[in-house]
Design a protein around this ligand. Structure first.
Ligand SMILES: [Zn+2]
Ligand SMILES: [Zn+2]
Length: 355
């Protein structure tokens, strides 16, 4: 595997070094002796904005053969984006290559036509230039659409490198590398989870939504364009931990009927068990929904996040065998030691089996 880093004069040091360091750890940490990282430029060496000179491994034409190509940033991107000869030397193909940029490197992706119809992020100082190029710029550390990703500002290079490793070698390889560099006690949390809703900039609420909801701090607001399905009270240990109270109360809706009005950049996901993602607000901690990787089109909405009155009645208490000793269940709703049968409570988008 070949990872190419595109370098030019006056490059921003950290935007090259951070990815260079992380990506080079892959060979040992992920046991991939075939993994190579190369710095490619137009000269035999390039000088950073702070005056360090780096020898290049090759010329930018060689990026055409790489599995991933990452563009650095720096003041030179402002001119290089108009340099037709320079741009013509790249023969990149996003159908078979991962292509990413740091900060103002996004200007080069745009100039190469790689961001057409896509959202992107860039360093705030380059954002107006990227907008002028007709690209929708979003306020997020990392934006990935298919095989193209943009990261901003410099420390988001961790996200960009993590993305390359994860897509090419899997999550275990990614985690093996990041475990070495993450600050102690702060595990890596991807900024752009696998199935994040598309909306990034605030949208106008629509008049025909059936439900509106939000997190505690209101950074996240959403609306639902379909009736919510059956719900029950789940007393399992994970639901108690995730909700901070005696049970979870969650109801399914199709992802296509969920519209995120604001807050994509603060939405985070926690994979609480393999393939199960719990989505929450990273600024206030409110849970919003959960879903399974095996059924990503169904979201299980956390009913506590609804603002619109919700008047359905619960159909079952489930996982009562796990219930907190301090909770007394005093209603008439049927109780089940674990899952309820589907005839009583159909939990779409959960791990409930056919019964
Ligand atoms: Zn919040
Ligand atoms: Zn549960």
């Amino acid at each position: 595997m070949l990872i190419a880093q595109i370098v030019f004069d006056d490059f921003t040091d950290v935007d090259v070094f951070l990815a260079w360091d992380l990506l080079n750890r892959v060979r040992v940490r992920a046991r991939r002796p075939d993994w190579r990282v190369e710095l490619l430029g137009t000269e035999a060496q390039h000088r950073s904005v702070s005056g360090l000179t780096l020898p290049m491994h090759g010329r930018i034409e060689e990026a055409a053969a790489a599995d991933a190509v990452l563009f650095a940033s720096g003041p030179a991107t402002r001119e290089l984006r108009f340099d037709r000869e320079y741009l013509a030397r790249f023969a990149l193909d996003p159908t078979r290559q991962l292509i990413g940029s740091m900060c103002s490197g996004a200007l080069l992706l745009a100039a190469l036509g790689l961001l057409e119809g896509k959202r992107a992020t860039t360093h705030p100082t380059a954002a107006p230039l990227l907008r002028e190029a007709g690209i929708e710029v979003v306020d997020a550390p990392f934006v990935r659409q298919g095989n193209i990703a943009t990261a901003a500002a410099c420390l988001a290079g961790v996200e960009l490198s993590a993305w390359v490793i994860e897509v090419l070698l899997g999550k275990d390889a990614r985690d093996a590398v990041l475990a070495e560099v993450q600050p102690v006690g702060r595990p890596f949390q991807p900024a752009d989870p696998p199935f994040q809703p598309a909306a990034e900039s605030p949208l106008e609420p629509s008049g025909d939504a059936l439900y509106r909801g939000s997190c505690l701090c209101k950074a996240i607001e959403y609306e639902l364009h379909a009736e919510l399905g059956d719900f029950g009270y789940c007393h399992c240990t994970s639901c108690r931990k995730a909700s901070g109270t005696a049970h979870g109360s969650n109801s399914p809706v199709d992802r296509a009927r969920f519209r995120l009005l604001r807050g994509a950049s603060v939405l985070r996901e926690h994979e609480s068990s393999p393939g199960k993602f719990r989505t929450f607000c990273s600024s206030c901690g409110s849970p919003i929904y959960a879903y399974l990787a095996s059924s990503p089109d169904v979201l299980r909405i956390r009913l506590g996040s609804l603002d619109t009155p919700f008047t359905k009645q619960a159909r079952a208490h489930t996982f009562v065998s796990d219930k907190a000793p301090w909770e007394d269940i005093v209603d008439e709703v049927p109780q089940f030691a674990e899952w309820a049968p589907r005839s009583v409570l159909h939990q779409r988008g959960s791990r409930q089996r056919e019964t």
